[in-house]
Ligand binder design. Structure first.
Ligand SMILES: C[S@@+](CC[C@H](N)C(=O)[O-])C[C@H]1O[C@@H](n2cnc3c(N)ncnc32)[C@H](O)[C@@H]1O
Length: 436
């Protein structure tokens, strides 16, 4: 898919940059400031269809996240963003780089110290022009003359190129600078040598781990990543693999990437260490991890076993529990709906919880993991959008106590920091603190 429609924006910036050496600064400074802040992301949404943006994993870091990211960056002689988009992370890094004696000297220095790649020529061109504009704005602020024309200025920024991050990272050895990352968030097939996952996995997980392995000892690694990598049970081995390479200094739960992108992200920062084996990921990943008893110590947690559109309607006719029927009742005695099913069933009493769950209160103000007590004497077939929590002792009183724990504001707060994606996992429900 092509993002050529974005060339209209990079051409506009090119003309703006061209005017800087011929027109007074005040004629362009408003437009330069917009170009250095959220405009590139706005123009991406305006010019490139959503389907293309999704397919290419193109979501640019807006001013808010960028400010948080910049706070994590430490001084370094070089910075590399292998999926640089329109250069927002490189701009954060360039803001920390020293200026040369002239603007030409600065661009020559940045050409050596800043490296970035992207598959999309229109993004690469935009990233280079924005870096040119930043250099101009900083020199203007210092009272210098903007003496470089845009053609020769962009040629000096040789480190920013059209290339495939996978190939570039593959070739890299001990990069001697800070690695910046906000990779595409889509899925890809796990590489053949992947030792933390298989099948379809997050591209962000693959690129971040390769990137972490390609920087020199002691170099900083700072990344914006989808929350599922921090909180999902599927990525537990990925987390250990990251820690086997990176000595983590912070995991910062950011929340929704921006108003237009419904994905929660976190910011990870740390330094490359000598490779070592890590069995248990550190507590930094989950701010409120506890050694106190958890739901898993008292209950058995599983996912409903019926995949309704796939499982044959054969076997005994059974009461059938689906997420939509949980409502806000708090208790159900034998579901009214039924279905034939020959697989594993559940014997009441148990507590049923919807798997889909957004951070924050549910519509209507209910708790994020609100539980429904299911009673009755018949075995029940349960849909796989429902999490089933069974008391190991078969006690209804214990199930009621569990509902109080699940409905408590403490559990909702705990869940919001533990898992920011749009569903609950069995692993997370098992680790909810029991006594609060
Ligand atoms: C989430 S965006 C982030 C861009 C930039 N780092 C930022 O923070 O604004 C990911 C970028 O990766 C680029 N991309 C996707 N696959 C790539 C690949 N194989 N090699 C290089 N860039 C790639 C996309 O074009 C997109 O610009």
């Amino acid at each position: 898919m092509t993002t050529d429609s974005y060339l209209g924006y990079s051409d506009r910036l090119f003309r703006l940059a061209g005017d800087l050496s011929t027109k007074p600064w005040h004629a362009s400074c408003g437009e330069v400031q917009s170009a250095l802040n959220g405009q590139a992301a706005e123009q991406l949404r305006a010019l490139v269809p959503r389907t293309v943006r999704r397919a290419e994993g193109a979501f640019f870091t807006g001013s808010h996240v960028r400010a948080r990211f910049e706070n994590l960056l430490e001084d370094s002689t070089a910075f590399w963003d292998p999926t640089c988009g329109a250069g927002d992370l490189l701009l954060a890094a360039a803001g920390k780089q020293r200026l040369g004696a002239t603007m030409r000297d600065t661009l020559r220095l940045w050409g050596k110290s800043l490296r970035g790649e992207d598959l999309q020529p229109s993004f690469v061109q935009t990233a280079k022009i924005r870096l040119f504009l930043l250099a101009a704005a900083r020199h203007e602020e210092r009272g210098d003359v903007i003496e470089v024309d845009v053609h020769s200025g962009l040629e000096l920024l040789r480190g920013i190129r059209v290339a495939d991050a996978h190939g570039e990272l593959e070739k890299a050895r001990s990069y001697g600078g800070t690695l910046l990352l906000n990779p595409p968030f889509g899925s890809m097939q796990a590489p053949a040598d992947c030792n933390w996952g298989s099948g379809s996995v997050s591209q962000a997980a693959v690129i971040s781990l390769i990137s972490a392995s390609k920087i020199g000892l002691g170099q900083q690694f700072v990344a914006i990543l989808p929350d599922v990598l921090r909180s999902g049970s599927r990525y537990a081995r990925w987390r250990s693999s990251v820690e086997s390479l990176i000595d983590l200094s912070s995991i910062d739960l950011y929340g929704q990437f921006d108003d237009h992108t419904d994905v929660d992200v976190f910011l990870l920062a740390g330094r490359r260490r000598r490779r070592r084996h890590v069995r248990e990921p550190s507590a930094l990943w989950w701010p409120h991890r506890t050694s106190a008893p958890t739901i898993e110590d008292i209950f058995k947690v599983s996912v409903g076993t019926v995949v309704d559109n796939r499982d044959p309607h054969s076997g005994p006719e059974l009461p059938f529990l689906i997420a939509r029927d949980l409502g806000d009742l708090g208790a159900i005695e034998t579901p009214g709906r039924s279905r034939k099913f020959s697989g594993r069933t559940f014997k009441p009493p148990f507590v049923a919880v919807r798997r889909t769950s957004r951070p924050g209160l549910r519509a209507g103000g209910g708790a994020r993991a609100a539980g429904t007590l299911v009673t009755g004497i018949q075995e029940i077939a349960v849909d796989n959008h429902v999490i089933v929590i069974e008391s190991q002792s078969g006690s209804t009183a214990e199930c009621k106590q569990l509902i109080d724990v699940l409905n408590s504001p403490q559990t909702s707060d705990w869940l919001d920091s533990r898992i920011r994606c749009r569903h609950l996992t069995v692993g997370v429900v098992r680790s909810i603190p029991w006594s609060q």
